[in-house]
Design a protein around this ligand. Structure first.
Ligand code: PMP
Length: 411
């Protein structure tokens, strides 16, 4: 029978800090296994947002008055925390965006002025649509050619093919740190080395990387790294783009407006320095402040403990799920993060997800914004259980029982 090592913290205690996890759904205690889509928020994050609106609400970077200065301090404090989180060399290398999608679009838009026909952009088949569609749009706009690294049966990237694809015409390589659909952890350093050997820029989608792995952009060597607050116990509507200074200086601004300028006349404008050149308009101040609280919360637990906890649960969950008759687990790469994606040959994932919801179990069903992966396996979608700090063995047991019950009813 599966063995579970002693976890380094009690997920059940952590759970008490999350108000949303205390509720019932369809008369059953909530088993929340949709963390890959968005994680729940601890009380500390909710408190930080309430405190912000109750005590310091004001616009940032604008006024000499006290509240504006306090709002600016709180807003900028998160930038420093993010710099330390990803080990960026400079604080100005952290750009606030609307999320991973916003970050990738910022880079893709900037590259419109840097690519021409004959240039190549390499992505992977493992991408979320937000790290694919912007590159398709860029290719259409510039006449550059889009190529992709295929995935192997276990959900890992075909690295032999990657090495063949990356060539002197490659100007940009974009891939995710961790796949949201299959949980595959990609070899960021190796891919980055290959891309840099031909002078290409490396953009990493870290939406699932930041919540689940330590990130050191300097050790990894990447040029851009994107993330979303809401996947790491923080608020929705905000995210970050790490960019190496030389690349951020090379890229033109994404949007024009207030705060991103140095001087403006009726004829023309000059732009502010980094990071403000990329931060036009009033940002989502409340969310950035809440994100700071989420980062403190994650730091207090520690990434090592989070990873040990998730790894124990992944071993346990994979063993228990694959023991179910007829169940197919998609994504069995040697290095995986907190995602269990599965299905049955004769069962639509939506039907399974609906029956699980009736039992209070929240999973995501469908394509997970990764249609090319589903096409690769010739399936309409999967049921995806994605884990977090507050996930327990009992939740996985509830999932397994729920799946068995649903399969008996539907098959
Ligand atoms: N990339 C990956 C790997 C993701 O999991 C997600 C969110 N599902 C995104 C990009 C997009 O993130 P957001 O919707 O926060 O912009």
């Amino acid at each position: 029978s599966p063995t579970v090592r002693l976890v380094m913290f009690e997920a059940a205690d952590i759970r008490d800090q999350f108000p949303a996890l205390q509720r019932q759904v369809n008369g059953k205690p909530l088993v929340y296994l949709d963390n890959g889509a968005s994680a729940q928020k601890p009380q500390a994050v909710i408190d930080a947002i309430v405190h912000y609106y109750g005590r310091i609400n004001s616009n940032v970077h604008r006024g000499v008055h006290t509240l504006s200065q306090r709002a600016t301090d709180a807003f900028e404090a998160t930038r420093g925390k993010l710099q330390r989180l990803v080990n960026a060399e400079f604080e100005h290398e952290i750009i606030y965006t609307t999320g991973t999608t916003g970050s990738i679009n910022l880079v893709a838009h900037g590259f419109r002025s840097l690519l021409s026909p004959g240039d190549e952009v390499v992505v992977s088949q493992l991408e979320h649509h937000s790290n694919l569609v912007p590159w398709q749009m860029l290719a259409q706009h510039t006449g550059a050619t889009l190529r992709y690294i295929p995935i192997l049966a276990d959900g890992s990237l075909d690295l032999d093919e990657a090495q063949r694809l990356i060539n002197p015409k490659t100007k940009l390589l974009a891939f995710n740190h961790i796949s949201n659909a299959l949980g595959t952890v990609n070899p960021v350093v190796k891919l980055t080395e290959w891309a840099h050997a031909v002078g290409a820029c490396v953009v990493v989608d870290g939406a699932q990387g930041l919540p689940h792995r330590p990130v050191d952009v300097q050790a990894m060597g990447v040029d851009f790294y994107a993330g979303s607050a809401h996947k790491m116990y923080g608020p929705t509507g905000t995210g970050m783009l790490y960019g190496r200074t030389e690349w951020l200086e090379k890229l033109p601004p994404y949007q024009g407006g207030g705060e991103m300028i140095s001087t403006v006349t009726m004829a023309q404008s000059t732009y502010a320095g980094l990071p403000f050149k990329f931060e036009a308009g009033t940002p989502n101040i409340e969310a950035v402040v809440g994100w700071g609280a989420a980062l403190d919360w994650m730091n207090a637990i520690g990434m090592d403990s989070l990873m040990a906890h998730e790894s124990d649960l992944m071993t346990y969950g994979s063993e228990r799920l694959t023991a179910i008759d007829g169940l197919v687990l998609f994504g069995t790469a040697p290095e995986k993060s907190a995602v269990l994606s599965f299905g049955f040959a004769d069962l639509h994932p939506y039907d399974l997800g609906t029956l699980l919801d009736q039992q209070g179990i929240a999973v995501r069903t469908g394509q997970h914004c990764t249609q090319p992966i589903m096409d690769r396996y010739g399936i309409p979608g999967t049921v995806r259980a994605s884990l977090a700090a507050y996930t327990t063995v009992e939740h996985l047991d509830a999932l397994v029982d729920g799946v068995q019950k649903a399969a008996r009813m539907l098959l």
